[in-house]
Design a binder for this molecule. Structure first.
Ligand code: 6PG
Length: 482
């Protein structure tokens, strides 16, 4: 028993995480993979890592010092359950099983509940940053018991990305909290990506600039308040030329966006929790729409605006600045909605999630890392009970400064037939939130008409119903459960 940490599952993420662990002072890393060839490749390619390799579960478990700690890095789903049961059969009370895959947090809650009686700790943890992050420093979102974090915390801190001197890891909360927060991270990632894609599309169609020219615009944006990993890589993708055709790579990539499901989970759970994460939802649906090839073909000759639109000569810079502001405002809405979901999830599942700490661990390592996460951390530090990010002073000012531009962009998109679901729905959300009076009053009236669902009044306490099929007089009633 010589290793203080083990990794099961040596595909790219697992291999890179194992190498990251091995590169840190004080760690000896045990590795195991179902097919031993992969283990052999890893150990022979990386002798410097000093891996303790095993070709069976018994040897792997025997190679771990107590309390044994093993991180599972296999594709989320059934494979995870299989590995867990092998480990549970061999681990002892006090040992720690970590699931570092993109598991559904409901599965994590179930697994933790099943394993807890054995005295073994089960820790579902979000790990973000892709292959590069796993190797050089990811953002890590562990759930599980506070006790397990005493052992696990320092190990994870040793491999996490560093933001302003602090490792990007925190104990998010018990059982499924880590995977829940990782899920919302991915939902925000979807929204961020969709917003960037809409900005690109508007600039391209509006100004006729080439992808390489738009790459320069994104690179420029990346020096300001939009600075983020996703903006940075967008510039690189747009600058890429396809070797075989000589065309911009973005023009030869099939325009059907894939999805592995975490974005959809974010929206499903938002619906369950009653949280309007409309920006994230539009991003998920935009990917779905892109993949509906037959429908898109059938609809491709439906009419659009009579006049083709381009920005007038000399107005391009102003338009591009409008798009930048619209992107920034919409991004603030997406994060505000994402944090709303975290708050609602924490309340529903009994997790003590520190919003400011989540913002801090997302500042580096993860896919949504961005300069403005500092602002989110500040906002929650200033007011831990903040009801919505968008009303925090910094964000309020940012949106106030952007909203006229945002409206111009959404209007022009609608007039010219350029789909901007995330820009548009974020603006509608913003206007809905700030409205003094919503037409929800009419909906209550309709519900009361057809189903006697009752309504409340603005001028007195109580629950009321109008006798719609009678004399239209109002009666006071007890609340309807319909
Ligand atoms: C991360 C990413 C990572 C992965 C997603 C992509 O945080 O490192 O979010 O988890 O790239 O699974 O999701 P889609 O395949 O659904 O776009």
């Amino acid at each position: 028993a010589s290793a203080n940490i083990g990794v099961v599952g040596l595909a790219v993420m697992g291999s890179n995480l194992a190498r990251n662990l091995a590169s840190r002072e004080g760690n000896t890393v045990a590795v195991f993979n179902r097919s031993p060839e992969r283990t052999r490749t890893l150990t022979s390619e990386h002798p410097e890592a000093g891996f303790v390799a095993s070709e069976g579960y018994d040897d792997f478990v025997a190679s771990l010092a107590k309390p044994r700690t093993a991180i599972i890095m296999v594709q989320a789903g059934k494979g995870t359950d299989a590995v867990i049961s092998e480990l549970v059969a061999r681990f002892e009370p006090g040992d720690i099983i970590v699931d570092g895959g993109n598991a559904n947090f409901h599965d994590t809650i179930r697994r933790e509940g099943e394993i807890a009686p054995t005295g073994i700790h089960f820790v579902g943890t979000g790990i973000s940053g892709g292959e590069e992050g796993a190797l050089n420093g990811p953002s890590i979102m562990p759930g599980g018991s506070a006790e397990s974090y005493e052992t696990l915390g320092p190990i994870l801190a040793s491999i996490a990305a560093i933001a302003e001197g602090e490792p990007c890891v925190t104990h998010v909360g018990t059982d499924g909290a880590g995977h829940f927060v990782k899920m919302v991270h991915n939902g925000i990632e979807y929204a961020d990506m969709q917003l960037i894609a809409e900005a690109y599309d508007l600039i391209r169609q509006g100004t006729g600039k080439s992808p390489a020219e738009i790459a320069d615009i994104f690179a420029e944006w990346n020096t300001g308040e939009l600075e983020s990993y996703l903006i940075e890589i967008t510039a690189e993708v747009l600058r890429q030329t396809d070797a075989s055709t000589g065309r911009p790579l973005v023009d030869v990539i099939l325009d059907e966006a894939g999805a592995k499901g975490t974005g959809a989970w974010t929206v499903q759970n938002a619906l369950d929790l009653g949280v309007p994460t409309s920006g994230i939802a539009e991003a998920v649906f935009a990917r779905s729409l892109s993949s509906k090839r037959a429908q898109r073909e059938a609809a491709s000759d439906l009419p659009g605006p009579a006049q083709a639109w381009t920005v007038a000569d000399g107005d391009a810079d102003a338009f591009i600045e409008d798009v930048r502001l619209a992107l920034y405002a919409s991004k603030i809405i997406a994060y505000s909605q994402g944090f709303d979901e975290i708050i609602a999830g924490a309340e529903q599942y009994g997790w003590d999630v520190k919003k400011g700490d989540i913002a801090k661990i997302w500042r580096a390592g993860c896919i949504i890392r961005a300069r403005f996460l500092n602002r989110i951390a500040d906002a929650y530090a200033d007011d831990p009970a903040l009801v919505a990010l968008v009303v925090a002073p910094y964000f309020r000012d940012a949106v106030a400064g952007a909203q006229e531009a945002w409206r111009r962009v959404v209007a022009i998109a609608a007039q010219s037939g350029i789909p901007t679901p995330a820009f548009s729905s974020s603006l509608a959300y913003y206007d809905g939130l700030r409205a003094q009076r919503l037409p929800a009053a009419l909906i209550q009236g309709q519900r009361d008409f057809f189903g006697a669902h009752t309504y409340k009044r603005i001028d007195k306490e109580g629950v009321f119903h109008t006798l719609w099929s009678g004399d239209h007089s109002e009666i006071e009633t007890t609340p309807s459960s319909h």
